[in-house]
Design a protein around this ligand. Sequence first.
Ligand code: FAD
Length: 383
Amino acid sequence: MTQTPKNIAIIGSGLVGSLLAIYLRKLGHQITVYDRRPDIRNVEFSGRSINLAMSNRGWTALREVGIENEVKKIAIPLDKRAIHVEGQPEYYQKYGKEGEAIWSISRGILNRRMIDLAEEAGVVFRFEEKVWDVNLPEGKIYTGATEKGKWKEYLYDIVFGCDGAFSRVRHKMQRRSRFNYVQEFIDVGYKELTIPANEDGTHKLDKHSFHIWPRGKFMFIAMPNMDGSFTCTLFLPFEGEVSFEKINTKEEAKSFFNTYFPDVAPVIEDLSTDFFNNPTSALVTIKCYPWTYWDKVALVGDSAHAIVPFYGQGMNAGFEDIYALNKIIAKYGDDWEQIFSTYQTERKPNADAIAELSYRNFVEMSSMTADPNFILQKKIEKR
Ligand code: FAD
């Protein structure tokens, strides 16, 4: 079913906002994307940033708009987990039988590519323009340099909030009666570290594995980058006997790695410096409902459902929101009220399910993978 072209604002040029922009542009709508940050294509991050695992859900959404192969050029397939148990040789757990894989991809590089593709499709981006407020029934957004300063006002037919876990658009919806909202931080935090490439540019560990060092209440993981390096993440409780609060000096950081990760400690780049330069970040689950306001405003991606990363499905679930929304649009055409109401009732149970699975998968990754007899029961959707 074709749609009457609308003037649409998307708040957030992250992975979800930029993919949604491509989808809606292909349907013939006029799309402007606002982001409070500078254009990521002009920001130095040396090609390394958080790595994401893209699974079938994500690829399906990219395939639908013809960009799957373009994105696969910047991703590395991982067909197995490589498990590093203390005092034992590394062993592997295959994700599937026929070379099935999840794919390692740099968030920053992917985001740059998606913005390029959206621009090529005719999407307009307005960077360094933060949205402070939204008039929900009228579809007006207010942007400005500071909260107290002078704001600009823009009027749109429809506004999508793709502005992440701490969404400003959702914040406005939260003030309405009968809006449900819950957020829960877990007591485990994370820190990013790097294993650099060998001098000849090759990887120091198996390139096609998702590496896990399971240690019960904590774990270390590594995912390959195209440049031969690995982006690593230490997941560790904030407090307790073995925790971030106990690591306060360079010596303590080195001793922690030598004790629990002796095989990897020597190859982490600038371990003791990076440990203190890189932030320790928190992990949150956010649930809310409704996700839409009349036929005017809808939340998509982390703004509607932020989840902990242990299933590697946050972005994938956001991409699936868009894929599902597109199918619903095809069914209901110009009836945006019906589109939004179907979208939220269809997607909410899925989002709640993946939130729960993600939470539970910490136990599988950090403990159960250490058992060589443990067999992956569910196939390749998870890390
Ligand atoms: P975001 O990426 O948060 O983007 C929001 C955008 O909105 C940003 O560009 C921000 O600048 C902009 N913005 C915010 N507020 C405003 C405002 N007021 N005005 C204008 N712009 C605004 N997912 C996976 O699928 N696989 C994985 O392996 C995986 N690993 C992860 C590992 C970690 C450690 C973490 C923390 C997350 C991981 N995720 C993973 C989850 C994934 O990163 C998120 O689900 C995904 O980035 C959400 O995309 P988004 O576009 O909805 O939000």
